[in-house]
Design a binder for this molecule. Structure first.
Ligand code: PLP
Length: 385
């Protein structure tokens, strides 16, 4: 097992990061149940890090789902279907109008996933009256598979890891099976680009929430990394015009971006990746996210499962239900606090990108603390129905 490490990024060039967009925001606002997720003050985390403040963007209840991923999945699904229909956004401005145009279309949505993205695509298919085929790696926990099935999707469990699931999904593409992937590969770049754009709504909310609370911009922003789409969106939100230092965080056993930085270009690491941070278990960076991730982050760090678990417990003590991948950003700062040189002048932003998506493991890790704190670890289902 590799040790946690910190890598300074020789490719850092924040002026080259793609400017941010606000395009998907109108669409998200039109979805039933849309509301900004909370920005939470986390004094216990601030004390442990020895910084002035920690704010946590809490994505445990986003449009009726327990992770931020539905922001990207919904916008990408919308754009994929518009393109398929040859229609413009003006012609089909809402989800209801889109559903009406798709009646009896026979279209199936398909995605590979390590959990949250596929569940969100399955939800979009259900809302649009379409079927969905979701491909998952062999080691996915039963609870996450069941959550996808409950959205009405068929789930194919393949032998192998996330990268194998991606290959399988690409094989299924046809005139009527449309792939909505959050990662890209040669010749498949538009939908994962729309996924990154979709995440921009969360970044706009964060900026607004900092302004509304009279807070100055954070000096440190940590982003956990799977294929890098989320980290690319965070880079677009912060790299170009703020002073924030961006830190990318990966599991030691799924460090494809950190390894790529060390190699000077996109690299695949050997799999399967079996970290408890399931959403981060990826072997290859997304080629469409790579330019912004490699230009936007000063530093990349890796952490062990135990360090993610430590961050889950700390976030629970601040009242935030954060799953294994959700807590990884904070885990990276905790583990590498000294090397990063964090101090009392720093104000930190972390994004808890999911709630308790594996309830059994959440209970095993956070245990009695959750009950003592009266945390609501159940997903806030039902908003987007
Ligand atoms: C909860 C959670 N956080 C972070 C990520 C990382 O996102 P990306 O794969 O875009 O790097 C994922 C990906 O699935 C996730 O599920």
């Amino acid at each position: 097992m590799r040790e946690p490490r910190l890598v300074s990024n020789p490719l850092y060039a924040p002026s080259q990061v793609t400017p941010r967009t606000a395009e998907p925001s109108h669409f998200h606002h039109s979805l039933p149940g849309y509301a900004p997720t909370p920005l939470i003050d986390a004094p216990h985390a601030a004390q442990r890090l020895g910084v002035a403040s920690v704010h946590v963007k809490d994505e445990s209840a986003r449009l009726g789902m327990p992770s931020f991923k539905v922001l990207g999945a919904s916008w990408a699904t919308y754009r994929v279907l518009l393109r398929h229909l040859g229609a413009t956004r003006e012609e089909i401005p809402t989800l209801d109008a889109l559903a009406a145009r798709l009646t009896n279309s026979g279209i199936r949505l398909c995605a590979a996933t390590d959990g949250n993205h596929g569940r969100a695509v399955a939800r979009m298919a259900r809302l649009l009256g379409l079927s969905a085929a979701i491909i998952v790696p062999g080691d996915m926990v039963g609870e996450r598979i069941e959550a996808i099935r409950e959205e009405g999707a068929t789930v194919e469990v393949i032998e192998g890891g996330y990268d194998d699931a991606i290959r399988r999904s690409a094989e299924l593409a046809s005139e009527t099976t449309l792939i909505v992937s959050d990662t890209s590969w040669d010749g498949y770049v538009d939908p994962p680009g729309w996924v990154i754009d979709g995440y921009s709504t969360m970044l706009s909310e964060i900026r607004q929430q900092f302004r509304d609370a009279g807070l100055s911009a954070p000096t440190i922003v940590a982003a956990q990394i799977g294929v890098g789409a989320f980290a690319a969106a965070v880079a677009r939100g912060f790299a170009t015009e703020s002073q924030a230092r961006l830190v990318g965080v990966e599991p030691t056993q799924a460090d494809c971006v950190t390894s790529s930085i060390e190699q000077g270009g996109v690299t695949t690491i050997p799999g399967p990746q079996l970290s408890i941070m399931a959403g981060l278990n990826c072997g290859t960076p997304s080629i469409i996210a790579w330019p912004d991730v490699s230009a936007g982050y000063q530093t990349f760090v890796t952490i062990t499962d135990e360090q993610a678990a430590d961050a889950m417990r700390l976030l629970a003590s601040d009242g935030v239900v954060s799953g294994e991948s959700g807590a990884a950003g904070l885990g990276g700062l905790l583990c590498h606090r000294d090397e990063l040189g964090l101090g009392p002048d720093d104000s930190v932003l972390v994004i808890s990108t999911e709630g308790a998506t594996d309830l059994q493991n959440y209970r095993a890790i956070v245990g009695d603390a959750a009950a003592r704190l009266d945390l609501d670890v159940h997903q806030h289902e039902g908003a987007l129905r």
